[in-house]
Design a protein around this ligand. Structure first.
Ligand code: EPZ
Length: 440
């Protein structure tokens, strides 16, 4: 993918974009196919790098994977699953966090797994202690090696009574993908209940799993000896939908997001309306535009589902730099998710970061020296500048700011955007953005 994007700001984005399957579900559903004794099919798959990484890792482990990019359908046959060469796994994993979720399925299938040092967006330390702790409780033996973590099941894994210190999405997925074929019952307290978690549960249920989600964030899984295959249409990507909605707000445009689903965007839509955006929910998607001449400042706190999702705040912060007054954003999910504001400040935004918890949501980062609250004063005139994009959502925000700024910006490191935004450049051009794409 091209790596340099030149952006001439000041033009509203107008038109429509189509959003397909969720980046934070599809790769996990593909890993789940490893658990089956029959082939599986996942549909509505976007063309993003995280899907390519899992495709390569599955093939390394002997799984037949056929991906029809146009139809968005992937066929997987896990019946030939085998162990893979650690160096090959390491080379393939790159900057993805998904390999950690291969542990349970590979231990069930071949008795062991090797997990390279994980990548993913640099938005905090992103430890895997919750993952390793639950795997030990299932009976796995874990040894840290220079190139990664080696995990093995000396005997059939057994169900466990588990409780997460924080409703971690990844650790909840780790438990689901391990417990479904463990011997006996697993009870997980303090689980994540994001829409992507529910969709993964639907995938596993289609395979033959017995999973109950209780009202108090407790998930119960009754292990079964064998699972079949599945045929599943992935839920749409709520984070990409929210990103394009913010693009309409920031550029004073008008964007129809085909595939945007109100059910998964409730908290976002409330904030969108409060800041001064407007939206029209239709059967096939949602139209987003700026409701009036000015944007309203607000106090925003991110949280786990059903709260305001942490991946939604970066694009929205750009809109808050244009609001009439002072806004506060308290990021409670990741300790270091405001790094992207450096470039916005260089463009003219007025943003101060603070170590204090500026909000009421219980937070693990108070007084621990993490700059996890932001005070944003607007409206600020943004002027184009050059920047290297830091991560997926921060990168989208940089591009938004450049689209709203006066003058020209040159963005490098754009390949990162391809991890989670399908056909990003095509969509920008389709919305009338004044851009040039080149290699560096
Ligand atoms: C998933 O990351 C998503 N990524 C993230 O989206 C999303 O922001 C996040 O969930 C929260 O919703 C994928 O699904 C690939 P967590 P994950 O485990 O699973 C701490 C994007 O841009 N934690 O819920 O890694 C962790 O440090 C990405 O699409 C531990 O301390 O998130 C964080 O503070 C960004 N120990 C908090 O929990 C652990 O073992 C939430 O992390 C695991 C997590």
């Amino acid at each position: 993918m091209s790596n340099v994007l030149t952006i001439h700001g000041g033009k509203p984005l107008v038109g429509s974009v189509s959003v397909r399957g969720a980046k934070n579900l599809v790769p996990k559903a593909m890993v789940a196919a490893l658990l089956g004794s029959k082939p599986s099919v996942i549909r509505n798959v976007p063309e993003i790098k995280d899907v390519d990484v899992v495709t390569g890792l599955l093939r390394l482990h002997g799984v037949v994977v056929e991906h029809d990019c146009d139809s968005g359908e992937i066929y997987m046959d896990p019946t030939g699953v085998k162990t893979a060469n650690n160096a090959e796994i390491d080379a393939f994993a790159g900057d993805s966090r998904i390999p950690i979720l291969f542990c349970g399925p590979l231990m069930h299938a071949v008795g062991a797994a090797f997990i390279p040092d994980l990548g993913g967006c640099k938005i905090g330390d992103r430890p895997i202690d919750f993952h390793l702790e639950v795997l030990r409780q299932f009976g796995a033996e874990i040894s840290k090696e220079p190139t990664g973590t080696y995990i093995r099941a000396p005997r059939r894994l057994t169900g466990a009574k588990l409780e997460l210190p924080y409703p971690s999405v990844g650790a909840t997925e780790q438990v689901l993908l391990t417990a479904v074929k463990a011997d006996g019952i697993t009870e997980l307290k303090g689980a994540a209940v994001e829409p992507e978690i529910h969709d993964l549960i639907h995938v596993l249920q289609k395979m033959g799993a017995v999973i109950t989600v209780q009202t108090d964030r407790t998930i119960r899984i009754e292990g079964v000896p064998e699972l079949g295959g599945y045929n599943h249409v992935a839920l749409n990507d709520r984070n990409e939908s929210a990103s394009w909605a913010s693009a309409a707000l920031v550029t004073n445009g008008d964007i129809f997001v085909e595939g945007a689903t109100q059910r998964d965007l409730t908290a976002f839509l409330n904030v969108y309306r409060k800041i001064g955006g407007d939206f029209d929910v239709r059967d096939s998607g949602i139209r987003f535009w700026r409701g009036g001449d000015t944007l309203n400042p607000l106090v925003l706190e991110t949280d786990v589902h059903p709260g305001f999702m942490t991946d939604w705040q970066q694009p929205l912060v750009v809109a808050l730099t244009q609001a009439q007054g002072v806004s506060i954003v308290h990021e409670t999910v990741y300790e270091n998710r405001f790094g992207f504001t450096d470039a916005l400040i260089r463009m003219g935004a007025s943003i101060q970061l603070h170590r204090e918890c500026l909000g009421s949501v219980p937070c693990r980062f108070g007084q621990r020296n993490f700059l996890h609250s932001a005070v944003i004063s607007g409206p600020a005139k943004l002027t184009g500048t050059n920047f290297n994009i830091p991560d997926l959502r921060g990168g989208f925000s940089h591009v938004l700011a450049a689209l709203a700024a006066e003058g020209t910006s040159v963005a490098t490191g754009m390949a990162v955007i391809n991890r989670g935004y399908e056909k990003f450049f095509d969509k920008l051009e389709g919305l009338g953005a004044d851009i040039e794409i080149s290699e560096n």
